[in-house]
Design a protein around this ligand. Structure first.
Ligand code: ZN
Length: 514
């Protein structure tokens, strides 16, 4: 009677899910409504769900700094799962695995369980949804009061003529609280409809994705089989979609990343006067510049770190062609980057550059005098922060080792006499490569095509890694898909900071005094 591998089992739930997503469609850090839901319960519950979502958006769940706020958000999610009468809700504190960690929560529910006595429950298909309820800090781009709205009125924008809610405003409204609420609203709507097929849902939700999911890997390795094992399809509702009015998006690749900070010192205890010492004492900014320049070939844009390309997954010609076909033109791409000029490896398309090639990106440089006007200073140190995006196949640990080795080797050559040290913040994410023909992605493709009136979803490789995706592959042994509806928010990167900048906490290992 039931076949766990049947796609149609999930399709009804996902159709409701995608309608919910589209009803709570997402734009940048705001949420924009397009009211595409056909489902009665969804329509009836929309205002209630928006109010609930606003409550969650108001929680100051900044995982980098606000433990209490993150816990507030977790409680709101727990209350919703309780209201939906989940069969079990368990919270696991991850602090014992990592000092910066928060917690992860697992909720389970069998929907529409058949009541006849001899029904074999193991035949009910199981689907896993992943989300997170933490946010990035509410930094410069937000007024503190706007970032976490404390009232419904502050949280929503209303069309003056129609009186309809058009947007939800707040830090994390799009990434990922809106997507999380869409999943829960879809489950609610699916439960309400008589005659829907039985399905077991597992909701895996954490309060620490924005700081790289510390400790989750250890927990997943130990407990994934026990608490979230044996699933038939898995989806992250964290992620983004492109042109969400015209087509859906299947994200098949996410780049991983590591970070490194390089500091060059000349051994002097203080900055010196350039008139008295310039030309005779080593200038750390000169030395650092030479080091920084050594990472790329200026002609080809290729990375010059030994071994950096050697483990990269070799995409087939078909895969590359599809990548290029579904990617915007260079002109359109530049528009999304607010006009930024193109750069990169020669003979490699932009689609590949942002999807499946590694980068070494300098994300900050400091040293010397940076105030207004000029100061005749010979600085005693200079530092540069690097984030390296990793392509499918690359290991974060090995990549970090290769980067450090490159600095050590090059420093000896380009800046003899300098004290060069490196430190990493622990930001370390494995790249993810999905399978287009997995059950999860076949379901997502079917539903997205139906939702977008017959338009096939685009296949994209882009964005930073969502750590849990690789963990689901490794520890749950299922190919997960991404079915998320946040639109691209290019301002996001401006607010993204994985590297803590408190120098007192830095762990400096002096590498060479050459
Ligand atoms: Zn996210």
């Amino acid at each position: 009677m039931f076949s766990r591998s049947s796609l149609s089992f999930f399709a009804a739930l996902f159709l409701v899910a995608s309608e919910t997503f589209l009803s709570i469609g997402i734009q940048a850090t705001q949420i924009q409504f397009v009211n595409k839901a056909n489902d009665e319960t969804l329509r009836a519950n929309l205002n209630k769900n928006i109010r609930e979502l606003c409550g969650l958006v108001g929680a100051e769940s900044v995982s980098a700094s606000n433990k209490e706020g993150v816990e507030d958000a977790r409680r709101i999610v727990e209350e919703k799962l309780t209201a939906l009468r989940f069969d079990s809700i368990q919270t696991f504190d991850l602090e014992k695995y990592h000092p910066k960690a928060h917690s992860v929560m697992v909720g389970k529910k069998v929907i529409n369980k058949p009541t006849f006595a001899d029904f074999d429950e193991t035949l009910i298909p199981t689907v896993l949804f992943y989300n997170h309820y933490d946010t990035q800090p509410a930094d410069g781009l937000w007024m503190e009061s706007e970032a976490f709205p404390k009232s419904f009125e502050e949280c929503v924008a209303v069309d003056k003529e129609t009186g309809n809610i058009t947007k939800i405003k707040g830090r994390g409204a799009s990434d990922n609280k809106g997507n999380l609420w869409a999943v829960l609203s879809a489950i609610e709507a699916y439960m309400a409809k008589k005659g829907n097929k039985p399905v077991r849902v597992i909701v895996l939700v954490e309060g620490q994705e924005e700081i790289g999911s510390p400790g989750l890997d250890v927990w997943m390795k130990k407990y994934a089989k026990q608490y979230i094992g044996n699933v038939d399809a898995a989806f992250s509702a964290d992620g983004s979609t492109g042109d969400w009015n015209k087509n859906g998006v299947l994200t098949l690749g996410l780049r991983g990343g590591v970070d490194l900070e390089i500091t060059v010192q000349n051994g002097a205890e203080v900055d010196l006067h350039s008139g008295s010492y310039g030309g005779a004492i080593l200038n750390p900014i000169h030395a650092l510049s030479a080091l920084m320049a050594s990472f790329h070939d200026p002609q080809t844009g290729r990375i010059l770190v030994d071994g950096y390309y050697e483990d990269i997954y070799d995409f087939s010609k078909d895969e590359i062609d599809r990548m290029k076909r579904d990617f915007p033109s260079n002109k359109e791409f530049r528009k999304t980057a607010s006009g930024g000029a193109l750069f990169g490896e020669t003979n490699v398309s932009v689609a590949e550059q942002v999807g499946v090639r590694p980068t070494i990106e300098f994300v900050g440089v400091y040293g010397g005098y940076v105030g207004e006007g000029i100061k005749t200073v010979l600085p005693n140190y200079a530092s540069a922060k690097i984030v390296s995006r990793l392509a499918p196949g690359q290991s974060p640990q090995k990549s970090l080792r290769l980067l450090k080795k490159h600095v050590r080797k090059t420093a000896l050559r380009v800046s003899p006499g300098a004290y060069v040290s490196t430190v990493d913040s622990g930001f370390s994410n494995e790249p993810f490569r999905g399978q287009i023909d997995s059950v999860s992605n076949r379901v997502a493709r079917k539903v997205l095509t139906e939702t977008y009136d017959g338009v096939e979803p685009k296949v994209v490789y882009e964005g930073g890694s969502i750590p849990v995706m690789r963990m689901i592959q490794k520890y749950v042994a299922i190919e997960p898909g991404l079915m998320a509806f946040s639109t691209k928010d290019n301002m996001y990167t401006l607010r993204m900071s994985f590297i803590p900048s408190t120098s007192s906490k830095r762990r400096r290992d002096r590498m060479c005094a050459c």
